[in-house]
Design a protein around this ligand. Structure first.
Ligand code: KIV
Ligand code: ZN
Length: 535
């Protein structure tokens, strides 16, 4: 019987820890590049969601990522703050320096154990891998008690060899062992059997936290993670909205709701997540990353709780349980009654934002208030979803970024649309540009290209409305490509042209940031390859 279980608590041994890697593996998705302020914003929301561990980044890869991890370590209380490192001392030192101010720091070090990776990627031997893992875990342990080790490509590794390496990591003091399905190749029975085999070969695994980390290449990430916890693992790694390398990671919102909704059927496994924060976390991640959520996505898609067929609507009206296995309110999809209008003052806005969980004052409140007034002038009522969209947009750190300041469009039923735009470049100078195109948005983007002197390929352009009604705020997401690399951007406004200009300007800024990050990361990777063994 499909009933919901409340509250979601249970025996301590059945508690599954949620390890969120939205800001590390998730941020590795093509086109995503978050700065420190954006990452902090997401980390604070993850803390409200009640995740146990936040993997905040991979500090050696760029000064920007180091800064973001450090900021999160200093400012976010509650969850363990984790940083990723390869096995080199350089990586581990950078990880430690970034997280050492956290109340609960964790170093996560990884080195592949599959022969494929050892031979072709690492170009080394099994013996060398054992030595590197021993040195890496011992070095990490000299900084903090909380050390996680992952045998990368674990699901395709020779189990006897991987067990030997895991034993070494545990002997050196690793407290969490995470066995990833790095390529998303495993099937649930196989992944569960691998854990059973590991518990048999390494009885010490019963004294540490065993973790799953699954990729979604075959659409099995949640199923494999679930198989892992049924086999005894008690930490699940994943990302909000399932973002991550290639097809992404385990969708944490799906996994959390699976454990909550089917709690009885699965022997009482539970998580400490505050499920009512799920929808908001998902929207924030989508906005900050510019990655929209597909309408039919489980739990968080706009249609996840909608009923289209008449026969379903009829059933739900008679008894919601006929077609609903979860209540929308459990994941925070509710009709919040909060409404402001154009006469509402700064104080009312601040209170409304507080009700929504945002503590905003000073300059940030001024910005939010200005944006709120602009929207309230065009829209009779501003509700909670609108406010959240405005605040998320205004809180973006657009310093050192292209800003989209003014536009003029000319469009008629005959002739080509034309556009002129004024923008401010990252150095603070105003620049004007002109453009034309087959449609108004193409003309607008052409004028922006004229300003920035680039001709990106537009791979994706999407508009959706934040709420319903003709005066709803429009939310635009774009993905552009420059020199084979993608960059995403997102913007909101009552006028979709404004939202489009903002989204495009942010994508350009991300592309520039990303090019900087990629070249820094490439030189860091080269340095680590030249020095792969801990000194
Ligand atoms: O997919 C993977 O193997 C990883 C490791 C770094 C844990 O992301
Ligand atoms: Zn991964």
């Amino acid at each position: 019987m499909a009933t919901e279980v409340t509250p979601s608590t249970g025996k301590p041994e059945d508690r599954v820890k949620i390890f969120d890697t939205t800001l590390r593996d998730g941020e590795q998705s093509p086109g995503i590049s978050l700065n420190a302020a954006e990452k902090l914003e997401i980390a604070q929301q993850l803390s409200r969601l009640g995740v146990d561990v936040i993997e905040a980044g991979f500090p050696i890869t760029s000064p920007g990522d180091f800064e973001a991890v450090q900021t999160i370590a200093r400012e976010v209380q509650g969850p363990v703050i984790c940083a990723l490192a390869r096995s080199s001392f350089q990586d581990i030192d950078a990880a430690w320096n970034a997280i050492k101010d956290s109340e609960r720091p964790r170093i996560h070090t990884f080195l592949a154990t599959s022969d494929l990776h050892i031979k072709y990627k690492l170009q080394t031997t099994r013996e060398d891998v054992k030595g590197q893992v021993k040195a890496a875990v011992a070095h990490a342990k000299s900084y903090t008690d909380d050390v996680e080790y992952s045998p990368e490509d674990g699901s395709r590794s020779d189990i006897d060899f991987m067990a030997e390496v895991i034993q070494i990591a545990i002997d050196e003091g690793a407290t969490t062992i995470n066995v990833p399905d790095t390529t998303g190749y495993a099937i649930p029975e196989e992944y569960a059997a691998m854990f059973a085999g590991l518990y048999e070969r390494v009885p010490d695994l019963h004294n540490v936290t065993v973790s799953v980390h699954c990729h979604d290449d075959l659409g099995l990430a949640v199923a494999n993670s679930f198989a892992g916890v049924m086999a005894g693992c008690r930490q699940v790694e994943g990302a909000i909205n399932g973002i991550g390398e290639r097809a992404g990671n385990t969708s944490l919102e799906e996994f959390i709701m699976l454990l909550r909704t089917r709690n009885e059927a699965i022997g009482g496994l539970w998580t400490g997540a505050n499920t009512q924060e799920i929808a908001r976390t998902s929207r924030l991640v989508s906005r900050m990353t510019g990655y929209p959520v597909q309408p039919n996505k489980a739990i968080i898609g706009r249609n996840a709780f909608a009923h289209e067929a008449g026969i379903h609507q009829d059933g739900v009206l008679k008894n919601p349980q006929t077609y609903e296995i979860m209540e929308a309110s459990t994941v925070g999809v509710t009709g919040n009654n909060l409404v402001l209008g154009k006469h509402s003052g700064r104080h009312a806005l601040q209170n409304a934002l507080q009700d929504l969980g945002y503590e905003i004052s000073g300059e940030r409140l001024n910005h939010a208030f200005k944006a709120f007034k602009e929207i309230a002038d065009r829209k009779k009522e501003v509700n909670a979803m609108d406010l959240e969209a405005i605040v998320n947009d205004e809180m973006r750190d657009d310093s050192k970024a292209w800003s989209f300041d003014e536009f003029e469009l000319h469009s008629a039923s005959t002739g080509q649309p034309t556009a002129t735009v004024k923008m401010t470049n990252p150095a603070g100078e105003q620049v004007e540009g002109k453009g034309s195109g087959n449609g108004t948005i193409e003309a607008l983007f052409d004028a922006i290209n004229d300003v920035v002197g680039l001709k990106p390929v537009l791979n994706e352009y999407r508009v959706q409305s934040v709420t319903s009604g003709p005066d709803s705020i429009g939310e635009v997401s774009v993905i552009i490509e420059i020199d084979g690399r993608e960059a995403s951007g997102q913007g909101v406004a009552t006028d979709t042209v404004w939202a489009s200009g903002r989204a495009y300007a942010r994508a350009l800024t991300n592309a520039e940031r990303r090019r900087g990050v990629v070249s820094e990361a490439e030189s860091a990777a080269k340095a680590a390859v030249n020095n792969p063994v801990a000194p």
